[in-house]
Design a protein around this ligand. Structure first.
Ligand code: LLP
Length: 444
């Protein structure tokens, strides 16, 4: 049997290996997801290892052979699990970290520090010092304040100059949820180009032998379905690089355009193919670089969601099913503690049953969690088979990015385990929290 037996475009949002198995159950990575749910418990995040690897390779291939050198960087915040970061690094990607915790995950994953890019709009001194001590490849300066603190820390260490980028606020507004839009002028991220802060930072760094300004960075937002914003950002960033060269003699050799490529959570969403993004950006950066007299440029991108989002799915066990005022509520054993995205961004997810993924989804229901508030919704007005009942294994596809990492312990729920599936094998890469784990943090 093949994935084409999955109804209604579900194959477009499930991991690529998803099929209907001979038992009639949903299979991913050659594993029966009903059996996986029973073996590891629910809620559970399941990741198709091959899906992640194929996407990482696809990105690498797309960003090589361009008119400029390309480098793909995995934005580990999307899923900062040691096994995921290791897989990305082994596939040749650099790693973006934005906190001390993400840095330590990368360290445990055995990532070469020279391939680490350290972000953060409010890095602590301890975080800057840890990055310097580890010898990270790039630190992305996000404020004038940081120039001073990083210089002091670097001077105290007396090591070779630390390569840095400047994060620019390009003044570009993309069409996505306001919470995940970051390129507009009014932003907590980066240094303003319009108000002269970014140029002031170039000047400050040019007087600082401890820091080596090698590039500029801009991340305009997340879940983006149009390349226009990236092209405009490339133009703005390279225009800035040319001005920095004119005014301060700075030779910038790298341009990092951040992440943000959107994925399909629902079959009616159509992501930009990675190859199209690469081709467009490669050509645009090469043109602008030539016009600005910058040669030998390296183009970097920092995808998170588009590398891991579709590889992951969440499994729940159905509990109470009830009718109320004409609505049918299907309650599952997790909720806004394992997927905050519907409550936070109004994000919509597909739903299906692992027990019978090919069954007609002929009922409209609200899939809700077990938390003590009405906003605890996993999928409002979604479709499921009319027969849905207690004990069924319900699947929400495309939860691989910003799912586990944004999970929390609301109502003292323990965070779910994470399981990798591939070649018919399943491996727990993050164990499930227990209530004892939670109690251990509190005084007796
Ligand atoms: N680079 C930087 C500097 C970023 O801040 C981000 C995401 C990325 C790269 C990766 O973006 P991606 O390719 O994953 O879109 N929690 C939100 C998403 C927040 C994104 C934060 N920054 C969500 O669940 O939609």
């Amino acid at each position: 049997m093949t994935a084409s037996l999955l109804p209604d475009g579900l194959a477009r949002v499930l991991p690529t290996s998803a099929t209907v198995g001979s038992s009639g159950h949903l299979e991913v990575g050659g594993c029966d997801l009903v059996a996986i749910a029973h073996e590891f418990g629910t809620p559970l995040y399941v990741y198709d290892v091959d899906d992640m690897r194929v996407r990482a390779r696809e990105y690498r291939a797309a960003f090589s052979g361009l008119p400029v050198d390309g480098q793909v960087v995995y934005a580990s915040k999307a899923c900062p699990i040691v096994a995921v970061v290791r897989l990305m690094a082994e596939t040749g990607l650099w790693i973006d970290v934005s906190t001390r915790g993400e840095l330590e995950v990368a360290r445990r994953a055995g990532v070469d520090p020279a391939t680490l890019i350290v972000h953060g709009n409010n890095k602590s001194d301890a975080e800057l010092e840890a990055a310097l001590d580890l010898g990270v490849g790039r630190i992305v300066i996000d404020s004038l304040d940081e120039v001073g603190r990083l210089t002091a820390a670097a001077r105290a260490r007396g090591a070779a100059p630390q390569p840095v980028y400047l994060r620019l606020t390009p003044g570009i507004e993309v069409d996505t949820h306001a919470f995940i839009r970051t390129g507009q002028e009014d932003s907590k991220f980066g240094l303003g180009m319009a108000d002269g802060q970014a140029l002031a930072a170039v000047e400050a760094i040019s007087r600082t032998p401890e820091l080596d300004l090698v590039g500029v960075h801009a991340h305009i937002g997340s879940q983006i379905f149009d390349v226009t914003g990236y092209v405009e950002t490339a133009a703005a960033a390279l225009g800035f690089a040319a001005e920095a060269a004119r005014r301060h003699g700075t030779r910038l050799s790298e341009i990092d355009l951040g992440g943000g490529l959107g994925i399909a959570y629902r079959p009616d969403q159509t992501p930009v193919p990675v190859a199209d993004l690469a081709r467009t950006l490669g050509a645009s950066v090469a043109d602008h670089a030539a016009a600005a007299g910058l040669d030998g440029l390296r183009l970097l991108v920092e995808p998170g969601r588009s590398l891991v989002g579709r590889a992951g799915a969440t499994l729940y066990t159905v509990g109470v099913v009830k009718e109320s005022a004409g609505r049918r509520y299907v309650a599952v054993d997790g909720g806004m503690s394992d997927n905050m995205r519907p409550a936070l961004y109004g994000a919509a997810y597909e739903t299906l049953l692992a027990d019978d993924p090919a069954a007609p989804r002929d009922a409209v229901v609200d899939v809700v969690g077990k938390h003590c508030e009405s906003g605890d919704v996993i999928a409002e007005g979604t479709r499921l088979p009319r027969s849905v009942s207690r004990g069924d294994i319900l699947v929400t596809p495309a939860t691989g990015a910003y799912g586990w990492t944004m999970a929390n312990n609301y109502n003292m729920l323990a965070r779910p385990a994470v399981v990798f599936v591939g070649d018919g094998n399943a491996r727990e890469v993050v164990r499930r929290e227990t209530v004892d784990d939670l109690l251990r943090l509190m005084e007796a």
